[in-house]
Structure formats: C-alpha cells, structure tokens
Design a protein around this ligand. Structure first.
Ligand SMILES: Cc1ncc(COP(=O)(O)O)c(C=O)c1O
Length: 397
C-alpha cells in the first residue's frame, strides 16, 4: 500500500528533535530560546504589509502557476543586477519559475530531470553530507539513488569534486550544491562552481545550486551558479534556487524561484503545470516589490552581523566556532551533538538541532554530523548573546 522508498526515508529532523527532547524539561526559571529552526524571527518587511492586506480580491481567482509577468520580470532584473548577467541572457517567460518556497522546487526537481536509467544503471543524485534533507526526499521520490558526498572540515565543508568516480558521474542525473551551505555556511568559489558546471556538462547531468542563503553574508557577496555559467556563454545544465524566506526574513510568505537552463526549466515548468499551485496573488505582488528593494536586505545583513559579533565575543574559538562566509547558522563541534542538545535544553533552556539529524549515517554507521549541533542566529543580538553565555556554561560545566 505504501511507497517503500518514501517510507524508508525515516523521520524528518524536527520530529526527531521533538522525540529526543520529549522527556527533557527546559531549565526552570529561564526563558526558552529556540535556535533549532532556520526561521528568521524579524518579521516580514513592513513594505509588504499593505500589499498583503489589500490582496483580498485575488482570492477569488486561481493565481497563474508560472507566476505573474511582473514577478518574473522583477526576479530577472534582480538576478541580472546581482550576478551581472548579460542583458537578455535569461528569457523571463521560459527560464524563471516562481515557487511557493524553494523547498517544493528542490523536492520536485528530481521528478522532472531524473531518467529511468542513466549509462545503463540506476541514476544517482549527488548531494553534500551534511545537507538540507529535502534533497534526499526528492531523490528518493524520483527512485534515484541518493549519493552523499562528505562535506567536512577536511574538505572545506563542501564536497570534494576532484575525487568523484567517473563510473558514478556517468550515472549521475543531478548534483545539488548548497552555497552558502546549510549547516556549515561554506561558500562555493567561482572556481568550484566552474568545476561543477564543467562536470555537469561533461557527464550530461543537472547542477542545482541552492542559493537560499546567498544574501546572508558579511561583506563579500557569494558568487552564484548563473553568474559562473554566464561567463561560459551559456546557462546550459545549471539551475539556481533563491528564496525570500532568508533574504527578506519572510518564511511565511512561501516565496522563491528557480531559474536557469532552458531545457531543465521547460521540464520544470511543465511538471509544475501538473503538480503545483500558483502562489496567491497578494504574495506575488509583495514578492515583486521585495525583489526590487535592497534596503531591507542591507538591514537584514546588519542584524546578522551584530548577532555573529555578539556570539563570537562569547564563544571565542570554543567548540570550533567560526564566523561562516555565509548564512546564519553556527555549526559547533560539541563532541556528541545529541547529548549536547539534551543538556542545552535541560540546563540552559536553549533548543538546538543535533548535527546528526542533518547528516546521513553511512553503511559503516558513521555519521559525519554526529559531533555537531546547529544553531540558527534568528534572534536579536542580546538574546543570541544570552543563548551563547548559557550554552557555553552548560557545555563546559
Ligand atoms: C538550504 C536550504 N534550502 C532551501 C530551504 C527552503 O526555504 P524556503 O522553502 O523557505 O524557500 C531552506 C530552508 O530552511 C534551506 O535551509
């Protein structure tokens, strides 16, 4: 009765966290601080308020699945500005698909691009490990083999593309790269992206660059997949994902997009016509305005800068603390991530996520995230400082 591949996925990280902490009470007398979910708490930008509130009439109609032309144009203009794309390189109608959050697009992509067989074998979908778990969900749903590529301190927290087996590459249908990466905040360099693009073209697979955290950085904007592809004169084989959840601190809007390679985008757009719901009209109007505005994005960066400075002052180099090149997570080496998660909750009332829940346990039982916890810097600097003080004390007592 059930799809056993999907059933075999096991529980998603947050139900696992709930089970881990089920019998653990938060430290009494302390305000709990939740850093487990990467959900910005700053509230959507005020500029979106009137557009959302005034959108009532839109609910009487089906919103278009491919999005409004205005939204696609705003996205194309933003991509062109942000990544200095040659004018006209992106066909606004054919090469951009607004999404109701990137999660659904990342999940759906394998269904659109994984063939039944590749090089006479079961297709592989490559992804970093640790990783955003939706990649695995999509790969498994498409009946591909998810293949986890270690992304550890030893590899600069990104998969080592130089050591991939040619037999594996031949049956690879899709490679996910996450930059800045969740959870470690590593940024793929231009050279790294160029190598990934060259591999995708040489072995005829799709490169999906998840750039949801691309706007959360300190001073240097991370390079992007389309930018590097454009320098080759073509966007072939490459798609990128962007989200207003992090850029505009608006996870509740459920608004993002996928854009890039015309062939891949034609397949994605067609599958979405069968499977997806259009984003509500008011949200598309708000999203159009948000992609056209940078001042709220600057303000967002300033908030995260203050938070990293606040926690960095307290943590120093303890637990392997580093200020990531991008994103808003701390990826701390605490020895035993599950034990530390329980301890942080019971003695500091700080809720974090064990790194093991974002990582794959290999056949030898090794889980590359087991020593870590992930903390999302989603509260203001004083709250983050309080969490860092409490947490450091709880783990060093
Ligand atoms: C790496 C990564 N990609 C994609 C997403 C999905 O974001 P959304 O669906 O809100 O656009 C997240 C959310 O946390 C994420 O961490």
């Amino acid at each position: 009765m059930l799809n056993d591949a999907v059933a075999g996925l096991g529980d998603y990280p947050f139900p696992r966290l709930a089970a881990l902490l089920k019998d653990v009470a938060p430290a009494p007398g302390l305000d709990p601080i939740d850093l487990a979910v990467g959900e910005p708490k700053d509230g959507a930008p005020a500029m979106a308020r009137d557009m959302l509130a005034g959108g009532f009439d839109g609910y009487g109609k089906y919103p278009p699945v491919p999005g409004t032309p205005e939204l696609r144009r705003a996205i194309a203009d933003w991509l062109t500005r942000r990544y200095a794309l040659p004018a006209g390189m992106l066909n606004t109608d054919a090469q951009i698909a607004p999404l109701s959050g990137t999660r659904e697009g990342l999940f759906m992509l394998p269904l659109a691009v994984v063939p039944e067989r590749k090089a006479g074998a079961r297709p592989a979908v490559l992804m970093p490990n640790p990783f955003y778990q939706v990649y695995k969900g999509g790969a498994v749903a498409a009946r591909a083999e998810p293949v986890m590529l270690p992304a550890t301190a030893a590899t600069g927290f990104l998969p080592d593309l130089d050591t991939l087996d040619p037999v594996l590459l031949a049956r690879t249908a899709l490679l996910y790269v996450c930059s800045p990466s969740n959870p470690q905040g590593a940024v793929a360099s231009r050279d790294y992206l160029a190598k990934a693009i060259a591999l995708a073209r040489a072995h005829d697979f799709v490169l999906a660059v998840d750039e949801c955290y691309a706007e959360v950085y300190d001073t240097t904007p991370p390079p992007g997949g389309l930018e590097v592809a454009a320098a080759t004169g073509s966007l072939a084989n490459v798609v990128v994902f962007h989200s207003l959840s992090k850029r505009s601190s608006a996870p509740g809007l459920r608004s993002g997009f996928v854009a890039g390679c015309p062939t891949v985008m034609a397949a994605v757009r067609n599958l979405r016509n069968y499977s997806a719901s259009g984003t509500p009209a008011a949200i598309m109007t708000a999203a159009t305005a948000l992609w056209r505005d940078e001042s709220h994005v600057e303000a967002m960066r300033a908030r995260y800068r203050a938070r990293f400075e606040a926690v960095g002052r307290i943590l120093g180099n303890r637990f392997g603390y580093y200020r990531p090149a991008g994103g808003f997570f701390l990826w701390l080496d605490v020895g035993d991530g599950e034990a530390a998660t329980r301890r942080l909750w019971s003695t500091a009332a700080v809720r974090v996520l064990p790194g093991a829940y974002l990582s794959h346990t290999g056949p030898e039982g090794i889980n590359l995230g087991a020593a870590y916890v992930r903390l999302a810097l989603v509260h203001d600097a004083p709250v983050m400082a309080e969490a860092a003080r409490r947490g450091a004390a709880a783990l060093t007592d």
